[in-house]
Design a protein around this ligand. Structure first.
Ligand code: OFO
Length: 169
């Protein structure tokens, strides 16, 4: 049985995933406007991933016989003033999402919803990967520092990132 508490918690997380999509779309635009198209591409893949994360939960709520309720998506705000600071904002954001997924797991535990717990395992692992990828990029960007040539090389490398639809759950 899919409780109302579980349904509300999943709906809140669907909103958080679509907010992530929107935030990364804003960041993609930022880098596109700087003609750093490889970094923009990296964000484009993030956008698709977040969309899949949101839809994965959307489908799951329906699979459990629940009701999807979509709320407002907040205006995304880019706080970072340079590339490193923007990726630091991404890491902070992913850490926040991790804490939200953990809170969702807490609800599933309190509701004794084993099916939801098993479904959410995928998201827990995904968050470890998301945070690790961004941490790695921040370290690389810090090494690059003011070296424009090295930044362009990284940009070229990130241009090769492609999206693979995840198998969720
Ligand atoms: Fe959905 O993982 Fe990022 O936010």
């Amino acid at each position: 049985m899919f409780s109302k508490k579980m349904e509300d918690a999943f709906n809140a997380q669907i909103n958080a995933e679509f907010y992530s999509e929107y935030l990364y779309l804003a960041m993609k635009a930022y880098f596109e406007e700087l003609h750093l198209t490889g970094i923009a591409n990296w964000f484009g893949v993030q956008v698709q991933e977040e969309h899949a994360h949101g839809l994965g939960m959307y489908d799951y709520v329906h699979e459990r016989g629940g009701k999807v309720t979509l709320g407002e998506i907040a205006k995304p705000e880019i706080k970072g003033k340079d590339t490193v600071a923007i990726f630091e904002q991404v890491l902070e954001h992913e850490q926040l999402v991790t804490s939200k997924i953990n809170a969702l797991v807490d609800v599933a535990e309190a509701e004794h919803d084993r099916a939801a717990l098993s479904f959410l395992d995928w998201y827990i692992k995904e968050q470890v990967e998301e945070e690790s990828n961004v941490r790695q990029l921040i370290a690389t960007l810090k090494l690059i520092g003011e070296d424009k040539k090295a930044l362009l090389m990284l940009d070229r490398e990130l241009a090769a990132r492609t999206y693979t639809a995840p198998v969720i759950g």
